[in-house]
Design a binder for this molecule. Sequence first.
Ligand code: ZN
Length: 308
Amino acid sequence: MTNAGGIDVGGTKIEATLFDANWQILETRRISTPTDSYNNLLAEILAQYRWLESISNSANTPIGIGVPGIIDRTTGHMIIANLPVAGRNLRDDLIKQVDHPVPVVNDCRAFTLSEAKLGAGRGYSIVQGLILGTGVAGGLAVNSKLIYGKNGAAGEFGHTPIPATLSSKFSLPLSTCGCGQTGCYETLISGPGMVNLAASMFNLTTTPPEIASAAARGDEVTGQIMDIWAEITCALIRSIILVVDPDCIVLGGGLSNIPGIADRLIRQLPIGLLSGVNIPQILLAEGGDSSGVRGAAMVAQNESVNCA
Ligand SMILES: [Zn+2]
């Protein structure tokens, strides 16, 4: 095994990290994400790529790129809402510049691989990643290999609809999602979704950490927000259990790091689960902020090994 590099392209920063053969971080560099044009974005990703090449000790260091959104692995076509890449092919444009295969992978799938191989999911066969952050998405790894699916869309469960039973029970707002659909889980259970829930149902302008801490102190209104949020989120997790039946679910993203959130989900999850079905292990990610970038590097290393 050699060094490997990962580049994580987020909405505000592009992080590049070089890992040693034991997946320890050697160096990290973060730069701002240009959001004004595709060419500027491509140039900055390329700058991070060249930086990783320059500090690695091998000309053939595998380097992978993690991005938000769906990437068709056959064509490289990308569907991404918050980066200026519509109609572009980042993977092929990078390959033209570096003359080397450049795997481009969804950041939530990268997170899942990282956690399955070296994080909270290590030792489990079927690992489901679930990120509750700016968006809601995840990935599926079986025996430490990612399942991408035909469209690269496996894990985009944040864009499935909230059940009518819950919409009716709580008179939930029907919000337009960034994906263009209406009523997706993401509109109410992502970080911005919880903010939306508080504003539209309780006329409260606040943040998820404030909601969680006030609820923990016994505040009634924020307690209700947390209860509703957890009930919707548990409905999604129960659907994932019935579709995938994973051995464990690894939670990531900003909401999962808020004290008490994971415990609340674990407590509420059995309520309404199909009789006789056992709950998988619900675990918190161990890789921290570096899990996504490490997963992108792992994808690159896997693909370079497979090509060899
Ligand atoms: Zn959506």
